[in-house]
Design a protein around this ligand. Structure first.
Ligand code: PRX
Length: 651
């Protein structure tokens, strides 16, 4: 585990504890610790009870069918998640409540009520049906952070068409791969979005994916920026024109609890992204319940999850969880430094945000920018803070608490994954005494454990691998059309037990501390990127003979991509080549995957069997004493690489 020992030592030194403030605990949504025992004693009974708040056309025959590694929840039940997100609240008289206060980067704002959202979703569902999309057909969504992305997802769910949202930062190639893999019928996109005062173009990439994907019939295009784009009447439809012509009502399609709600692609340890499959009933119950528990959601809250809808955090905690709980959310289109570095704090002040949920990488960036930016604003409306996506170091945790939370807001550090669908490890803010940097405990009903190589639980105070011993409602149901890879990736290392791919440790008090990935997956600014994916991108460039990529610790982004490249004979490792390779990776995957450093070297460190020893490259990248090199076939190369690394430029 990279840096594990160092991390454990640092964490062992952490002795500060923060019990829930008494006033917070007195009012909390979950205030009785008996909930943990109740869930453990009767897991199915517990999840049956939690499911009763929702609207089911037909009740389940069985709560759970568990044939490892395949789970089915609420068997035989039928529902529609958009009915539960929208119609249910409107019928109860809550149509006028604000669903989203949306803030555009240039300063334009929109307020959308539940009733308005419902109407838009119905219209968009009718538009999709008119475009030939039926129940079960996949729809790709490649959009900026505008309200229409929520409408698009819900419109798909309304008619039982699984959506595949592809983060707008992905390149045309990455979009094409995903559209191809899921055989989407329609792509919903936009002319572009606003980022740091510039238009980020999306339509060109959508055109390219369309041209290379025979399954796609049409593109539905939202006009956001108004800049000039390529237009083809045979394949492009303007969203606003189609919406205006569509009926404002649309009956939700009744789907089975196990009907596929969406696919979301994520990086694994190979170059090919995995299509994580989520279904309807269990995901609905899981997202709503965890959102309510962890964020202590009350009717008057203004909740802001600052993730992008293109990642699972956005799916579960911008779209489904909050809407299922009839919550008012803030949604922001752009970057935190536009027009100035206090944009977030300005939004919090103006909208009286009470709950903020964001990533440690953002917090560390704000720390770097300085205390003055948050200090300019009245953020007394905040009462709870959340963190997600990567381990939060105690220093960032304390800064977040002090400078954003005014020393009064509890912090919930939430551990989960695209695969888990919902938060699994987190404090319950009215119950749990927190420690800076720890995700504390598994939520009620979650059977998390830390095990050694043989799969045995390690004693308190020790580290190992994070596993989950029991199914949970929102768990992935598999990888799209690849059961074998599903078994192999998550269920074979420790048979019958879910292997998360993360290192973890429990301290003497039983608190969980996450220690980062144990496989070849990097976590850069909370984005999951596989080392293999970047290596494959690099070797696709004609100048590159071989490449090795490692994630190295970075004070702001958590990890940064460090590449080691062997160029083909006759090619020089110039500054231009450096820039060209970075641009090449951005083109194939997306700008966020660009290597921060590229070291040109005549060879890579290899074992006698030809395996690249990445851990030595990690040592070099992190300026550490080299580990054991006795198994290297070409030990001399290390010195040359270290010398080269010392003089290589960084971006
Ligand atoms: O390594 C863990 C890290 O992010 C991985 C999951 O990434 P992704 O599927 O993109 O989902 C991110 C948002 C849920 C995990 O395997 N991770 C996520 N949350 C935490 C975390 N690491 C430490 N602490 C967390 N709170």
């Amino acid at each position: 585990m990279p840096g594990e020992h160092e991390a454990i030592e640092n964490l062992l030194a952490e002795s500060r504890t923060f019990p829930p403030p008494p006033a917070f605990a007195a009012e909390a949504v979950v205030s009785d610790p008996a909930i943990y025992d109740e869930a453990t004693a009767d897991l199915e009974g517990f999840w049956a009870k939690e499911a009763t708040d929702f609207h089911w056309y037909r009740e389940w025959d069985r709560v759970l069918n568990w044939e490892p590694p395949f789970a089915q929840w609420y068997l035989g039940a039928t529902t529609n998640i958009t009915y539960n997100c929208l119609d249910r609240h409107i019928e109860a008289g809550g149509g006028d409540k604000v669903a989203y206060h949306w803030v555009g980067e240039p300063g334009d704002e929109r307020t959308i009520t539940y009733a308005e959202l419902h109407e838009d979703v119905c219209r968009a569902a009718n538009v999709l049906e008119r475009m030939g999309v039926g129940t079960g057909d996949r729809v790709a969504i490649y959009m900026p952070m505008i309200p229409e992305i929520v409408v698009a997802m819900l419109a798909c769910a309304r008619i039982g068409a699984p959506h595949t949202v592809v983060f707008g930062g992905f390149s045309a190639e990455a979009l094409t791969d995903r559209v191809h893999d899921c055989e989407a019928k329609v792509i919903i996109t936009a002319d572009g979005g606003w980022r740091r005062g510039q238009v980020s173009d999306l339509k060109t990439a959508a055109d390219q994916a369309f041209d290379n994907s025979p399954t796609v019939d049409l593109k539905l295009v939202v006009r956001r920026t108004g800049h000039e784009i390529q237009w083809n009447d045979d394949e492009d439809i303007w969203w606003h024109e189609a919406m205006e012509a569509a009926e404002a009502t649309c009956e939700p399609v009744e789907v089975d609890s196990e009907h596929m709600l969406y696919l979301l692609y994520t990086s694994g340890t190979t170059g090919k992204p995995k299509g994580i499959k989520h279904t309807t009933g269990g995901y609905m119950v899981g997202t709503a319940v965890t959102h309510r528990w962890v964020f202590d959601i009350r009717p008057e809250d203004v909740y802001w999850c600052a993730a992008d809808v293109g990642w699972v955090t956005g799916h579960s905690y911008i779209v489904y969880g909050p809407l299922l709980n009839h919550t008012t959310s803030v949604m922001y289109e752009g970057t935190p430094d536009y027009p100035d570095k206090d944009r977030w704090w300005d939004i919090i002040e103006r909208h009286r945000v009470s709950i903020l949920y964001c990533a440690p990488t953002a917090i560390r960036m704000f720390m770097k920018w300085g205390d003055a930016y948050p200090a300019r604003h009245d953020m007394s409306s905040l009462r709870l803070l959340g963190s997600v996506g990567e381990p939060i170091n105690p220093e960032a945790w304390m800064w977040y608490r002090e400078h954003i939370g005014g020393d009064r807001c509890p912090i919930v550090d939430t551990w989960w994954q695209t695969e888990t669908g919902t938060i699994l490890l987190s404090p319950l803010p009215g119950i749990t005494t927190t420690k800076p940097g720890s995700a504390t405990f598994p939520l009620p009903g979650v059977a998390a454990d830390v095990v050694d190589d043989a799969g045995n639980s390690v004693p308190l105070g020790h580290g190992g691998y994070l596993v989950l011993r029991k199914p949970w409602p929102a768990m992935l149901r598999g990888l799209y059309r690849d059961d074998e890879r599903y078994r192999e990736t998550y269920w074979t290392r420790f048979p019958g037990v879910y292997f998360a791919g993360d290192g973890a440790k429990r301290d003497e008090d039983g608190y969980f501390w996450l220690l980062g990935r144990v496989d070849d997956v990097m976590n850069v600014s909370g984005h999951r990127i596989s080392t293999t994916e970047v290596e494959s991108a690099l070797v696709e460039h004609p100048a590159v003979a071989e490449a090795a990529v490692v994630g190295r610790n970075d004070p702001v982004t958590g990890q940064a991509v460090a590449a080691f490249v062997v160029l083909r004979a006759g090619v020089d490792g110039t500054q231009e080549m450096h820039g060209e390779l970075r641009a090449h990776v951005a083109g194939l995957i997306g700008p966020f995957a660009k290597p921060k450093s590229i070291v040109f070297t005549p060879d890579l460190p290899k074992t006698r069997s030809g395996k690249i020893m990445r851990r030595l490259l990690r040592d070099i990248s992190e300026d550490r004493q080299l580990g054991d090199i006795t198994t290297l076939a070409n030990a001399d190369i290390m010195e040359a690489i270290a010398e080269q690394a010392a003089v290589s430029p960084e971006d």
